[in-house]
Ligand binder design. Structure first.
Ligand SMILES: [Zn+2]
Length: 63
């Protein structure tokens, strides 16, 4: 219990990270996620949520 942030949450639906606006990767992942959800592929939905959550972003980048 000394390191609560070390393991990811086990829930599939409670935490659905929002894709970052302007990020092509996150946008594509969000599309994948909605398609996976539609066909009931819950493990894929969970995978995509993890991908979105861990995708790195530089806040300095401007378009
Ligand atoms: Zn991203």
């Amino acid at each position: 219990m000394s390191n609560p942030a070390s393991s990811p949450p086990a829930d599939l639906f409670m935490t659905a990270p929002e894709p970052v606006p302007g990020c092509d990767v996150c946008g594509a992942l969000a599309v994948e996620r909605s398609e996976a959800r539609r066909r009931g592929d819950l493990s894929k939905v969970s995978d995509v949520n993890v991908e979105i959550r861990k995708h790195p972003h530089s806040k300095r980048r401007r378009q």
